[in-house]
Design a protein around this ligand. Structure first.
Ligand code: TEU
Length: 572
């Protein structure tokens, strides 16, 4: 029985993620900004989302596009002013939406005052980062940065190594130092007092480092989970932070917790984190070698195959693996709560990856919407996914903006003696830049994103895929999202119901079906996740009229499902 005590606003919310740099540019410098978001608040309201999470807009040299923060309390000039931020907060609050921002505290920029002071052993901050003395030719251990290359950089000024799990311009803070923690709590309280409604805690599982910084197990799988994540003091520090900061507020805390499984997540929930963000369902399209390994497709194939075949091969997915990942978290979440996303600023475009962005663009994008919005997890919609934005072409390495893609492409070209064109299809299906091309507002120049030169290329398909066209077309992906968001808001079964996983099975490897049940009421969700029609027999409840369907005609009943057909039924 669902009681009021079970309810939480952040469980019932739909989150919309904004990458400010690429959302809307109000002043013609080619970079999206806060005023641009203010101008689009009505769009967000029309879509019906409840929470807006913006990626970093703090002062930053942008080595990692704002995830390298130089001043936590200042808005970068290119994004506007603190007054603009306050206006955005007020505009959202006036429409009953909440505003979250990234809290990036595993590392700062190397240009942050704290790091600059830390380079000088006499400036009183020598222990604020993870420094090691030693031989300038030999890093303190074998750790590798998540962006490729060693995780250590030698600093000539201090004559010591500093650790960076990400880019060399993102030195890791030393959380073992109480002064560092204190400074972070003060900064968090600064934003809470300003009326922020919560945080998405970036790479939060990385903040506590293992005692003695032992070598990682760099066998074939260099990404040694045990070493990088969930360190020995993580829960001590997080519960201390909760106690000193957000425990006094009704804030939503989203923990980005790479390397944590559902069991580990229980401890994060106890620390006061409301929802966790995991990556298991993202891994299903990567192949055994991981995101940036071309091995399972093969370098020769990359050079030889046509683009469409390559796009398919690089996004091959076993639906049962996807279900296993979702199910593992749904069944393992315990008293906690999951989030669910299909796209983010760190991923390629959902419809290109999990759907068919060509022949079945609308059908597969709306199938993905149905998947996203009918699970027991707070759904996150990434900007542009509600329009079915697609992966772009990256014909020249000069078009690449992302530090990860640059690093990994350099490594690939080094390791395999091939020209850039060979790896370009791989970039198209892996680079985070795909999610960062400008939001497509209309079919005017630069997709209506800017009057200037966009900081990153606009996707070629903007004349077809854009918000103005989508708002005009009642059958659009946008309106499908909008009405499904409405439905979720009105239906406790879709938010709180328990899930039974029905398909895929051996007979239907490409059909997804699940049933949500709450207090005797249930919803059946069936998704034909393939470009072929299929007759699905043996599922109870397909005879009636679906309450959600992505094919608008009378044929949307019974056992026959057309390519990427998605339906939801109310069943007993
Ligand atoms: O990402 C943390 C993280 O685990 C990344 O390695 C992520 O898996 C990777 O981007 C996938 O390719 C967060 C932010 O979301 C990301 O944008 C930042 O670059 C990173 O932290 C460093 O702050």
């Amino acid at each position: 029985m669902l009681t009021d005590a079970d309810r939480e606003w952040w469980k019932e919310a739909v989150v919309y993620q904004i990458y400010p740099r690429s959302f809307d540019d109000s002043d013609g410098d080619g970079i999206g900004d806060l005023r641009g978001i203010v101008d689009r608040v009505d769009y967000l309201d029309e879509l019906g989302v409840d929470v807006v999470w913006t990626c970093p807009v703090y002062e930053s040299p942008n080595a990692d596009m704002g995830y390298d923060i130089a001043d936590y309390r200042a808005i970068a000039d290119e994004y506007g002013t603190m007054a603009d931020w306050e206006e955005l907060r007020d505009a959202l609050h006036a429409r009953d939406m909440r505003l979250l921002m990234d809290l990036v505290v595993n590392h700062t920029s190397d240009e942050h005052d704290w790091f600059q002071a830390s380079r000088d052993p006499d400036a009183g901050k020598d222990d604020w980062y993870v420094w090691r003395e030693g031989d300038p030719e030999e890093p303190p251990n074998n750790w590798i940065s998540l962006f490729g290359g060693p995780a250590w950089t030698w600093d000539d000024e201090r004559e010591a190594w500093y650790l960076h799990l990400f880019d060399e311009k993102q030195p890791d803070l030393n959380w073992d130092n109480p002064e560092v923690r204190e400074a972070i709590y003060e900064m968090v309280n600064f934003w809470l007092e300003k009326g922020i409604d919560g945080f998405r805690m970036d790479a939060i599982s990385c903040i506590s480092k293992p005692e003695g910084l032992p070598d990682a197990d760099t066998g074939e799988d260099w990404f040694d989970m045990g070493i990088y994540f969930n360190g020995p003091h993580i829960h001590e520090y997080l519960s201390e932070m909760a106690d000193r900061t957000w425990d006094d507020y009704d804030a939503m805390l989203i923990g980005e917790t790479p390397g944590a499984g559902p069991e580990e997540a229980q401890a994060y929930f106890e620390d006061g984190i409301d929802v966790v963000v995991h990556f298991d369902h993202m891994d299903v399209t990567y192949g055994p070698g991981g995101k940036w390994s071309p091995d399972y497709v093969g370098m020769d194939a990359l050079a030889g195959e046509d683009d469409t075949t390559l796009d398919e091969r690089l996004n091959t997915m076993d639906l049962s693996e996807l279900q296993a990942a979702i199910r593992k978290w749904d069944e393992g979440v315990g008293d906690g709560w999951n989030s669910l996303y299909l796209g983010s600023h760190d991923q390629t475009r959902a419809v290109s990856r999990f759907g068919d962005d060509d022949e079945y663009h609308r059908e597969s994008a709306t199938l993905l919407a149905t998947f996203l919005l009918t699970q027991r997890a707070t759904p996150f919609c990434y900007q542009g996914d509600e329009l079915g934005m697609t992966n772009a072409d990256w014909d020249s390495p000069d078009a690449i903006r992302d530090v990860e893609a640059h690093g990994q492409v350099e490594r690939l070209l080094d390791e395999h003696d091939v020209p850039y064109e060979t790896v370009a299809p791989f970039v198209r299906n892996r680079s985070r830049d795909n999610a960062r091309t400008p939001m497509q507002w209309d079919d005017s120049e630069h997709a209506g994103f800017t009057d200037g030169d966009p900081w990153i290329q606009v996707n070629d398909d903007f004349e077809r895929v854009n918000a103005a066209a989508a708002r005009d077309d009642p059958e659009s992906i946008f309106h499908f999202y909008r009405s499904l968001i409405d439905r979720r808001h009105a239906d406790d079964v879709l938010v709180y119901g328990e899930t039974d996983y029905l398909l895929p099975n051996d007979d239907y490897p490409d059909v997804w079906a699940h049933r949500r049940t709450l207090d005797g009421d249930s919803r059946l969700v069936v998704l034909n996740w393939q470009g072929e029609a299929v007759a699905v027999t043996g599922l109870d409840g397909l005879d009636g009229e679906p309450v959600v369907a992505n094919y608008g005609d009378a044929g949307r009943a019974g056992e026959r499902f057309r390519p990427y057909e998605a339906r939801v039924y109310e069943t007993e």
